[in-house]
Design a protein. Structure first.
Length: 157
C-alpha cells in the first residue's frame, strides 16, 4: 500500500476534523465576534442590572450575529453555592429581560465557571446550565438543557 504524501494527509486530516469543529462549537462559519472592553463607554440596559447587583464586568463578546453575549464578570457571591440562589435567580432573570430575552452566558474566572442562560419562549421559563472551566467535561450541579445555543469554543488558558 502506498504511503500518502503530506498534502494528501493534511487534506484527509482536515476533512476529519472540520465536521467535528463545525458541529461542536455552535458558531456558524464566518461568524464575527464583536469584543467590547471599554466598559465605561458601553451602553446597554444590561449594564444597569449589573450595577444594581454589584456585578463587575470586564468584557463582552458578542456571537451569532451579535445576538449571543458572553459577559466576563466577577460576582460578589459564589455561584457554586446553592444558598446564593436568592441573589443569582433574580440577576439571571433581570439580565435576560434587559437583554430582550436573548440567551446569554456569564464567565466568571474567579469561580472558574461559565453559566449559560436561556429562555424557552414556548413555556416562558428560564433555564440555566453551569460548566466548570477547570474541567470542561465536568458538569455543574445545576447543569441542564439550557435551551441556549451551544457556548463558543473553550477559552484559551
Amino acid at each position: 500500500m502506498k504511503k500518502p504524501d503530506k498534502p494528501s494527509l493534511v487534506i484527509m486530516l482536515f476533512s476529519l476534523v472540520l465536521p467535528v469543529l463545525f458541529f461542536t462549537t455552535g458558531i456558524a462559519w464566518g461568524d464575527n465576534v464583536t469584543i467590547i472592553t471599554d466598559m465605561a463607554e458601553w451602553k446597554h440596559p444590561v449594564k444597569d442590572v449589573f450595577i444594581k447587583y454589584k456585578v463587575k464586568i470586564s468584557k463582552v463578546e458578542l456571537y451569532n450575529n451579535n445576538t449571543y453575549p458572553i459577559f466576563y464578570v466577577s460576582f460578589p457571591y459564589d455561584p457554586w453555592l446553592g444558598h446564593n440562589d436568592s441573589y443569582f435567580k433574580p440577576l439571571y432573570y433581570e439580565t435576560l429581560k434587559a437583554n430582550g430575552f436573548w440567551d446569554y452566558s456569564f464567565i466568571d474566572h474567579d469561580s472558574n465557571l461559565r453559566i449559560n442562560i436561556g429562555w424557552d419562549k414556548k413555556t416562558k421559563t428560564l433555564t440555566e446550565g453551569q460548566v466548570d472551566l477547570k474541567s470542561p467535561q465536568k458538569e455543574g450541579a445545576s447543569q441542564g438543557n439550557t435551551g441556549a445555543p451551544p457556548p463558543p469554543p473553550p477559552l484559551p488558558d
